[in-house]
Design a protein around this ligand. Sequence first.
Ligand code: GDP
Length: 330
Amino acid sequence: MKRAIITGVSGQDGSYLAELLLSHDYEVHGIVRKQHYPSRPWFDNLVRQAKLAGQRLFLHQITLHDTTALQRLLSQVCPHEVYHLAGQSHVGLSFDIPESTCDFTGMGTLRLLEIVRSCSPPPRFLHASSSEIFGIPAQVPQDETTPHHPVSPYGAAKSLATNLVRIYRESYGLFACNAICFNHESPRRGTSFVTRKITQAAARIKLGLESELALGDLDAQRDWGYAPDFVSGFHRLLQHHEPMDCIFATGQLHRVQDWLDIAFNHLDLDWRNYVVFDPRFARKAEPTLLVGRPTRAQQVLHWTPSLSFDAMVIRMVEHDLQWQRMRRAA
Ligand code: GDP
């Protein structure tokens, strides 16, 4: 039985990855900052599954600053694979808390790499990197060779972490990989991200629970994929016979307004009646034309997205509608 450690297991990607690895018969050790996440029902469900909890799924409450506790965990578990997904992942917030963002994302990754390097044998290591490393990119679309040009503290911290992973692979021969992820969404996405903010607001407006949605730049564009597809790419990347960095993206750009069109249309609403501009949600510097070329993932890992953009938006709206109805009934 393979053993894996996941940092950030209670987040969107971590929880999907835990489910995927458990379905592949792994023993999964998840690192969490806090023991209880009342607002994350999917994670509670996973933990409550008695046949998994304490048998094939274990949670460890450790902060990524605690090097000795991390070291102890890795030497006790002897994992075959480590998936490093934890981090403050909100670009806007990183302007307010740049120091802790850089410490956690940059230095946190370095601390883990050092621990992995000291293991015998060292586990395979995946770092969930971000398209934010490209910021204002020198080429469109971006691939694994595109130079970094971050425009936020978060992007700069991810760039440092991404380079460290490559350096540890090249210098120490570690099986260390960067999964360079473009935006990826799901019903488990945090509601401060524009995608889930829109699908949740559309559902609440439909049910008469809200009447206004305050947003920033509606013309901002991103390459938005479906999170469960991305975590299956993470797993494929660590099963490959050689370590490498790999872009995970759809290769398609959409605007924030496309989310509004699809989400509100699906509920027979016109978003123009509800959306107001709020400068608080406009960014100091906006990345431009972040769109990935996932050729390596497709050709080398045989990875393909399973859900179209429209289908993903509708799935999230349907989930939020159902969820809001359940909360109203409770
Ligand atoms: P990010 O790519 O990780 O920054 O993902 P976000 O979902 O936070 O933002 C995606 C894009 O939506 C950015 O270009 C934002 O400027 C834009 N945007 C427009 N209105 C909003 C808003 O109200 N909240 C957020 N978070 N982003 C917004």
